[in-house]
Design a protein around this ligand. Structure first.
Ligand code: PA5
Length: 448
């Protein structure tokens, strides 16, 4: 176990909560959880699941520091090009920990919204800007489109040399179009280990290089992740928080028909973490076939929510809508700020005297969890002491391990994403990429 995160499952079970997981089902599934743990460990031992060992990768950090040191001294703005797993982790770190940095500006492009991208380029100073293009495969069409425009922008303003100095490519160490192009054009590069998939890559250079640029304590993130990895290296769900949480989510889905699974942090700094989780959980677990090749079409649907904001939005649905949800709260014990209410209070708000916004936040999360419980709707809660580099690293590893264990419980491969290819192939065809002409449906051909 670790003091960076505690898991409270008292409101996950029936009869305490009417629609919760039966204690007996949990007991009966403990053997299945141990088998899932062993299956994941087997894949770790065979070096298939590189994410498991990322918290040890000290040498990658020195490589990143060396690349930082090679940037022109004028550079104080890093624009990150990339999408999905190549963007969400970095954005999560920036939102949680990067706000104090005033020296450096960090921008994640993520989407291919032409208006947003054009405005960004109009408003940046090429002398003061570097770009970090991130793509594990090196072939993602959205990232390629961002890259070619940024490449042209730098070349036009600063020439070939200026482009080379200010473009860093983070990609597979040996494969893919971006790796080959970076070698041809003499760009600075950082590796994403070949056995680490996009959505499991936040603890590689994908997340840590932009964070270092933003003066975030990356060593602390990796330390917290390593501590969580130790906590997740026990075959007993009672001693392994990610395995226990995976089992609770799995049983909520398969035994209680709660296949909508909400992650609801009560901290604005953790909002992006909920978005990162959505991609991790959805892309990993939504699968058509299982390990035996049988058609199963399964997977829980992840939903992000923010406490207390979503108490004024989605909560009504969670409280009274279909009995198909399982909520995972994240509470922060100490927000490192109190916001004490002043003594000068209008009569209507007199009851706030002597209290604070921090206390209200806690009351709101407890109130919501118990109100759901009273309505027969189960939940669980993760509590972290504070939002720090260590706890964020621990949360990253916790959710990655939970996803790996859940994949093994469902009997599917959590590390591929065959379903996203079909749409890409049609888009390639529409964009005129050779070899993809036949992917375009006849109905679209006549419009293009
Ligand atoms: O998890 C994944 O593999 C995906 O979400 C990718 O991160 C996303 O598609 C971007 O891919 P790439 O990093 O290869 O450009």
């Amino acid at each position: 176990m670790t003091d960076l995160l505690t898991l409270n499952s008292e409101l996950a079970f029936s009869p305490q909560v009417q629609g919760g997981i039966a204690e007996q089902d949990y007991e009966n599934a403990l053997g299945q959880a141990r088998a899932a743990f062993e299956a994941v460990q087997k894949r770790v031992a065979s070096d298939e699941l590189g994410f498991w060992n990322l918290p040890q990768a000290d040498d990658d950090l020195s490589q990143e520091k060396a690349v930082l040191g090679q940037l022109p001294a004028t550079v104080d703005h890093l624009v990150v090009l990339g999408i999905g797993g190549s963007s969400l982790g970095g954005r999560t770190i920036q939102r949680a920990l990067g706000q104090k940095s005033t020296k450096h500006q960090l921008t994640f492009v993520d989407n291919i919204d032409p208006h947003q991208f054009e405005k960004l380029l109009e408003n940046i100073d090429p002398f003061r800007t570097a770009f970090n293009v991130i793509s594990k495969s090196g072939g993602t069409i959205e990232t390629a489109s961002q890259f070619v425009i940024a490449r042209d922008f730098l070349k036009r303003h600063l020439g070939e040399e200026g482009y080379r100095e200010r473009m860093i490519a983070t990609t597979d160490p040996s494969q893919g179009a971006l790796r080959a192009l970076a070698a041809d054009e003499g760009l600075k590069t950082l590796p994403i280990p070949s056995n680490v998939g996009g959505r499991f890559s936040v603890l590689s250079a994908v997340g840590t290089f932009p964070a270092l640029f933003n003066d975030v304590d990356v060593t602390g993130i990796l330390k917290g992740a390593a501590q969580m990895r130790d906590a997740c290296s026990d075959a007993d769900p009672e001693n392994n928080p990610a395995l226990k949480s995976a089992l609770l989510h799995y049983l909520a889905d398969t035994q209680c028909h709660r296949n909508i699974q909400v992650l609801m942090p009560y901290s604005s700094r953790l909002w992006e973490l909920a978005l990162w989780f959505v991609q991790l959980w959805g892309e990993s677990l939504g699968k058509k076939t299982n390990d035996q090749g049988e058609q199963v079409e399964l997977g829980p649907t992840p939903v992000p929510a923010l406490g207390s904001t979503d108490q004024h939005s989605q909560l009504q649905l969670f409280m009274e809508g279909p009995q198909d949800k399982f909520v995972n709260f994240i509470e922060v014990a100490d927000h490192q700020a109190e916001c004490v209410f002043p003594d000068d209070l209008p009569p209507a708000y007199e009851y706030l005297r002597g209290s604070s916004m921090a206390r209200l936040m806690k009351a709101e999360s407890q109130g919501t969890a118990w109100a759901l419980a009273n309505a027969g709707r189960p939940s669980m809660c993760l509590t972290i002491p504070q939002v720090t580099a260590e706890t964020l690293g621990a949360l990253f590893f916790f959710f990655e391990a939970q996803t790996a264990f859940a994949g093994a419980l469902y009997g599917i491969n959590a590390f591929d994403q065959p379903g996203v290819e079909a749409g890409k192939h049609i888009a390639y065809g529409l964009m005129g990429r050779e070899g993809f002409e036949d992917a375009v449906p006849a109905a679209l051909r006549k419009d293009n």
